[in-house]
Design a protein around this ligand. Structure first.
Ligand SMILES: NC(=O)c1ccc[n+]([C@@H]2O[C@H](COP(=O)([O-])OP(=O)(O)OC[C@H]3O[C@@H](n4cnc5c(N)ncnc54)[C@H](O)[C@@H]3O)[C@@H](O)[C@H]2O)c1
Length: 312
């Protein structure tokens, strides 16, 4: 049996476990620093095994060594931004958390593919890459899968079609910096502009861009976790089953799309080694400009990181 470890048994971590368990593709270990939390959730998941048709091992622990020899490790450990906390405070706190987590991953799972979820995503992915010392393709960030599924849903809802029949790709960073590719969006294989005019598509792009914020507004003290958990599960499945799926994810770029030494959301081919390939497609001048803005925002984040962080 393959093995997947989820670091951080909070909202996104636990929801990821929920969706992965139902696929019956791997044993699952949850690790959290809060005493009893991962154990409780693991046991609760197991109680539903008979009803939800899974027959895998799910365990929870405070002990990082329990993730030993995992094939995939998902990093959701971190704190959300609290009132009074600025971006720099959040970055410093989450960097200190993922630094420890990454060192443990390198120690116990030297062959794993790591999916990074903790925000600010592209920056944290950079820290995980440096701290694990893993190959570039082995550390990938989850963001594009989430933005893409939100965009797919909004289009499907508007057209009254099955969401799975809408295909699209959302590149770049999260939120304001995301870059939905209208020209590569299709419904049942037909270009989306056969169904909707530009103004209507723009409304859905805006809703996708504000998708995370809309949920935070309702929740007030937390952020989205069902769709993020489902996005993580999709990536885990692609890697565990070596499906070679094409999806948007944050990958380390070395010149692709004109960007160097940075993480950014791009189309990738996901397989057993992680990012098997970065897929380069032609962008319109507008899309390229939007992606440049995204890359600049990540660069600013990396510059912020460099002011206090040294690997090791
Ligand atoms: N990339 C994305 O698209 C995306 C989407 C949603 C959330 N996120 C991010 O994912 C992260 C988790 O979100 P959440 O809603 O699950 O938060 P949460 O607060 O519910 O869960 C985080 C968990 O991490 C645990 N933790 C903290 N330090 C740890 C450590 N050193 N080792 C192990 N566990 C540790 C906490 O105890 C907590 O249970 C946040 O940074 C959030 O911003 C990213």
């Amino acid at each position: 049996m393959k093995k997947v470890s989820i670091i951080g048994a909070g909202n996104v971590g636990a929801t990821s476990v929920y969706y992965i368990a139902e696929k019956n593709i791997a044993d699952i270990v949850m690790v959290d620093v809060v005493e009893g939390l991962a154990e409780k959730k693991a046991l609760d998941f197991l109680h539903s095994a008979a009803l939800r048709n899974y027959n895998i091992s799910i365990t929870g622990s405070n002990d990082y060594s329990k993730m030993r020899d995992s094939d995939v490790v998902v990093v959701t450990a971190g704190v959300p931004r609290k009132p009074g906390m600025n971006r720099m405070d959040l970055l410093k706190t989450n960097v200190s958390i993922v630094k420890i987590v990454s060192q443990k991953i390198a120690q116990y799972c030297p062959n794993a593919v790591v999916i990074v979820v903790t925000n600010p995503l592209d920056i944290i992915a950079m820290v995980v890459l440096r701290e694990t010392g893993f190959a570039l393709k082995k550390v990938v960030g989850m963001a594009g899968a989430l933005d893409s599924t939100r965009f797919r849903y909004f289009i499907a809802e508007r057209l009254g079609v099955w969401p799975g029949d809408v295909m699209t790709m959302v590149l770049g960073g999260h939120g304001d910096e995301m870059v939905p590719l209208k020209g590569y969006t299709s419904v049942g294989g037909f270009p989306v502009n056969q169904f909707l005019d530009d103004a209507s598509i723009e409304v859905m792009i805006k809703r996708t861009r504000d998708g995370g914020g809309e949920i935070v507004k309702y929740l007030k003290t937390g952020s989205a976790f069902y769709a993020p958990g489902a996005s993580v599960a999709k990536m885990v499945e692609a890697i565990i089953k070596d499906e070679r799926r094409i999806m948007a994810a944050s990958a380390y770029l070395r010149g692709e799309y004109g960007y160097h030494n940075t993480y950014l959301g791009v189309p990738v081919l996901l397989g057993k080694n992680g990012v098997e390939k970065i897929i380069t497609i032609e962008l319109t001048p507008d899309e390229k400009q939007a992606l440049d803005a995204s890359a600049n925002a990540v660069r600013e984040g990396i510059a912020m990181l460099e002011t206090f962080y040294a690997p090791g």
